[in-house]
Design a protein around this ligand. Structure first.
Ligand code: PGA
Length: 252
């Protein structure tokens, strides 16, 4: 399966910084596509990406993603952005259930499942994030936690589950410089793959990304694991050279 390298810019960027970053990444993209590449930008910059994709050489090889979507289709939900709006701006992906949303915005498994449903209904691929905290890992709860989080999305989305992307992001590894070892990550990915297999005949085409301090130095060993189908990259996606090195590592 072709791997997916998705950048998650989080709440970083400016018109000037984004243009410089995207121009540098586009210029360094491999001539032949070796993996799928996407960047998930803050919503105000979706239009900027769309416009730049028309003029910056090579940028059309990169797909656009958003970082969150409303669980509602439309209406009186001040501050929310709907899946249809994201589609209007050419989004191919949207991250749902990132641990920062679960932690700072009290997003529940059920809400995350509804967000995934909205995305799928609009023809956008949800990148569903799951992952345990350090306390949960130390309590031996990793498997239970990620299975519970994914089960909610499977329950709500039924046979559409083969259309999602999953991202395993151990909370203790996000932005900390502490990465799960390739073996630790693979063990959880195998659990998630088995859970998907029980839910759909097409589990083998569901990409399961690893995220959490993936960088230019550790990407190749993580991406070499049998059930790691790509990466969700935070900090390193803000540096063109690091992001390009990770993209190159996904080719092998
Ligand atoms: P990080 O973030 O690569 O900076 O650890 C990953 C993420 O939160 O998606």
């Amino acid at each position: 399966m072709k791997k997916l390298i998705a950048g998650n810019w989080k709440m970083n960027g400016s018109l000037a910084a984004n243009e410089a970053l995207l121009t540098a990444v586009a210029a360094g993209m491999p001539a032949q596509p070796v993996c799928a590449v996407a960047v998930c930008v803050p919503s105000p910059y979706l239009a900027q990406f769309q416009a730049l994709a028309l003029s910056v050489r090579g940028l059309s090889a990169i797909d656009l993603g958003a970082q969150d979507v409303s669980a509602k289709a439309s209406g009186a939900y001040t501050g929310e952005v709907s899946a249809a709006m994201l589609k209007d701006f050419g989004c191919r992906y949207v991250i749902v259930g990132h641990s920062e949303r679960r932690q700072y915005h009290a997003e529940t498994d059920a809400l995350v499942a509804e967000k995934a449903q909205q995305a799928l209904a609009a023809g956008i691929t949800p990148i569903v994030c799951v992952g345990e905290t350090l306390a949960e890992r130390e309590a031996g709860q990793t498997e239970n936690i990620v299975k519970r989080q994914l089960a909610a999305v499977i329950h709500t989305n039924g046979h559409c589950i083969s259309e999602i992307v999953v991202a395993y992001e151990p909370v203790w590894a996000i932005g900390t410089g502490k990465t799960a070892t390739p073996e630790e990550a693979q063990a959880v990915h195998a659990v998630l793959r088995a859970q998907l297999k029980a839910a759909t005949d097409h589990a083998d085409r569901v990409k399961i990304l690893y995220g959490g301090s993936m960088n230019a130095a550790n990407a190749a060993s993580l991406l070499g694991q049998p059930d790691i189908d790509g990466g969700l990259i935070g900090g390193a996606s803000l540096k063109a050279n690091d992001f390009l090195t990770i993209i190159a590592a996904a080719a092998v």
